[in-house]
Design a protein around this ligand. Structure first.
Ligand code: SF4
Length: 349
């Protein structure tokens, strides 16, 4: 007989769990207890739920399962960055990266939201993989919880920030991404403020508007990378349906509705998007709402014909913007030696 595949109990919302208890004649507080075991204490087998009666444990074992993410491989960079390859229940692999800035006591995890990616940005290693599936909210949550543990063990400090900038496009896995953030920021989950969470998108105007309508409390980063449509469409096919003017309208709406922080990510490619004319184009998009620009050093990805900008050019580019009142940070790459830097995640191992 074919075995029925049981569903992860963590797919249930709190309301659904309470309803399940009610329908099966268990008191409502049992839902609170189960919730705490799976989300706060992160136990992965039902027999560890010590305050539940045996018959309820049996009921859960018969009808549900828990499918935790496990750490499959860890690589540490000379600069302290740690890349973890995470294994999902169906043997798919995703990567999460811990980026420590010890002087600032800033410990950021970069998490993945999809296995692979469908968007084929020209500079990105993940884009060379096919999109296999979306991650569940619990699978995103587990990445954060596991890296938080790693951060405490290695740096004696908990995570301070989370960025959804790993494998995949978060806004194409909208419901799970939002649900994971609810769990991460809940006091019954990891209790991290949504203000310390940034979701990075290549720019899907309709979904940016939806974020605003859903009144999210986290920050948004747009992977801009070029400030004119022709160039941007060359490296990011998504720009053909979501051009810069549509995106700027959506971001303006997001800013007006939520007041949350917006930033632009801008990978500098030699002689492609790093001239003063490019900086001038970018400046136009920095005047619509308050925005911070993060200029990122490009990291080589095999099979990609881009070179990183020369340091002097990059500095000139940044100076052009700062002199005109734009908040700019130039990010030298982290974790390059272990392929953990921006755009390099591809389960190479
Ligand atoms: S940059 Fe992001 S959206 Fe583009 S291919 Fe890579 S993972 Fe996908």
């Amino acid at each position: 007989m074919k075995e029925t595949i049981k569903s992860d109990i963590r797919r249930l919302s709190k309301d659904a769990l309470e309803m399940l208890m009610k329908e099966n004649n268990w008191p409502r507080y049992r839902a609170d207890q189960i919730w705490e075991w799976v989300w706060t204490k992160q136990r992965v087998t039902f027999d560890q739920f010590k305050n539940l009666p045996k018959d309820l444990v049996g009921f859960l074992e018969t009808n549900f399962t828990i499918l935790p993410v496990t750490v499959d491989k860890v690589q540490k960079s000379i600069d302290g960055t740690i890349k973890s390859r995470m294994k999902l229940f169906d043997d798919h692999l995703v990567e999460s990266v811990l980026i420590p800035v010890q002087n600032d006591k800033r410990f950021t995890v970069c998490v993945s939201s999809q296995v692979g990616c469908s968007l084929s940005c020209a500079f990105c290693a993940t884009g060379q993989m096919k999109r296999m599936r979306n991650l569940d909210a619990s699978e995103i949550y587990d990445q954060v919880a596991l890296v938080n543990k790693q951060c405490l063990e290695t740096y004696d400090h908990p995570l301070t920030n989370i960025v959804y900038m790993g494998m995949g496009e978060p806004l194409l896995n909208y419901a799970n991404v939002l649900s994971s953030i609810d769990h991460i920021s809940s006091p019954k989950g990891l209790g991290m403020s949504p203000r310390r969470i940034t979701v990075s998108t290549v720019g899907i105007a309709k979904m940016i508007r939806k974020l605003a309508d859903d009144k999210v409390r986290f920050n948004l980063a747009l992977s801009l990378h070029a400030a004119d449509d022709v160039k941007r469409s060359t490296i990011m096919p998504i720009n053909e349906q979501n051009n810069l003017s549509t995106l700027m309208d959506a971001l303006t709406y997001f800013h007006k509705t939520t007041g949350n922080r917006i930033s632009y990510e801008y990978i500098a490619f030699d002689n492609f998007n790093d001239t003063l004319e490019d900086a001038e184009n970018l400046l136009k998009y920095c005047k619509l709402f308050p925005v911070r620009v993060n200029i990122i050093e490009y990291n080589n990805v095999s099979g990609v014909n881009f070179e990183k900008s020369k340091a002097s050019r990059l500095d000139q580019f940044a100076k052009y913007l700062t002199q005109r009142g734009v908040m700019v940070t130039v990010r030298r790459s982290r974790g390059k030696d272990i392929d953990a830097a921006c755009g390099q995640l591809a389960n190479k191992g």
